[in-house]
Design a protein around this ligand. Sequence first.
Ligand code: NAD
Ligand code: UDP
Length: 391
Amino acid sequence: MRPKFSVPADGRRSSRPGRAVVQANLTRPPTAQQPRIAILGAGGFIGSHLVPALALRPGARIVAVDVDFDKLPPGLPEVERIQASIRDPGILDAITARADLVISLTALCNPALYNTRPLEVIDAAYTDLVPLVKLCAERKRRLIHLSTCEVYGRRALGADGRPSRRMDEDRTALCLGPVHRERWTYAAAKQLLERVIWAYGRHGGLAFTVVRPFNVIGPRMDFIPGVDGQGIPRVLAAFMHALLTGGDLVLVDGGRQRRSFLYVDEFVNALLRIIDRPDPCQGQIINLGNDKNDVSIRALAGKMVSAFRAQRPGASAPRLRTRTAAAFYGAGYEDSVVRIPSMAKAARLLDWRPHISLTQMLPPIVADYLARYESRVAGNPRARATAPGLP
Ligand code: NAD
Ligand code: UDP
């Protein structure tokens, strides 16, 4: 069976794909066998790992929606690709008519956008998704929504406002900075959508699970500036860009801030468990992260340099260079200081604990970036000239 929709070789966006797709292909009713799963944002980093994992399952029936499928491996006959925006008229209506389960991944989730394109960030994280929540509630479709650990804000605070070590789904206060710090537009929008989902669950019969990912990394994350994107990607791709081009790795504010990194394969494994455990996960908000991989960004840079030099011993030694957050991201940025997930709920509900350390995960990630980008960077002066965040 071939997918009903394939991505045009020449285009990343269709003009009005949603309406055409709705009329042509989304009128079949759900059947009683395997649940039909719709994945919105299926062509992004996480989607490009989740979709193939789901497609391996016997009898899988997947509808993948994105404006861009470049990252999704070809083939996958179990996957119907719909190249469309979830903003296209009728698309959410048509998808929720057919799917038994909707997994929502769409967002603009790159911190460099939060203070530079805040209105688009808010629309993507909130406005565009409220209709989805309503439709899932009305039609009794299960919703698994990817929120973010950013909702916890700058650091973990207990209910009494005192600092605590871990971010706990049901106890930690949500500590965002002031409104003029636009970095928090994304977190505030994600938080409000969580509250909408919660309210539909409590008062409108919505079956849902909200996931808060903590810095998931792996192959196919973001883009390499000057090659397949512009601007400042998230830190893994920003450091890979510097390594590939022989540039400097920029440490924002010296790289003292800390993150807990989770390998994408383990993240996908946890998502599959959530899919398979609707009853225990019903109405739950669940952190997915790895508390053992809590490191400073400076330490991450050191580990990435080591992983890179092990694979390219002849490359010149990369330098670490400090810049202020204001100079790197512009006005309105503010950082999360430290983010360590409480792992207890995921362990209890999913029988899941991640094991892959940074030292284990970085070599395959670096190898993947080398395989996909090294020759494209070498022949591309724009990639070398594009040093994100550097003057
Ligand atoms: P990503 O940017 O790689 O993927 C998002 C995908 O959504 C992209 O392919 C994009 O084209 C698509 N998209 C955006 N708007 C769309 C629209 N209107 N219609 C159709 N498609 C649209 O991001 P990701 O890292 O894969 O993250 C997936 C989800 O997980 C996001 O909701 C993000 O907020 C959340 N999350 C991820 C992480 C992480 O560490 N990767 C951390 C916290 C939260
Ligand atoms: N960062 C950095 N250098 C870069 C890119 C990011 O020091 O080139 C820092 C950023 O300030 C933040 C951390 O790395 O403290 C993680 O940033 P990322 O964009 O991956 O996402 P976040 O965890 O902030 O959502």
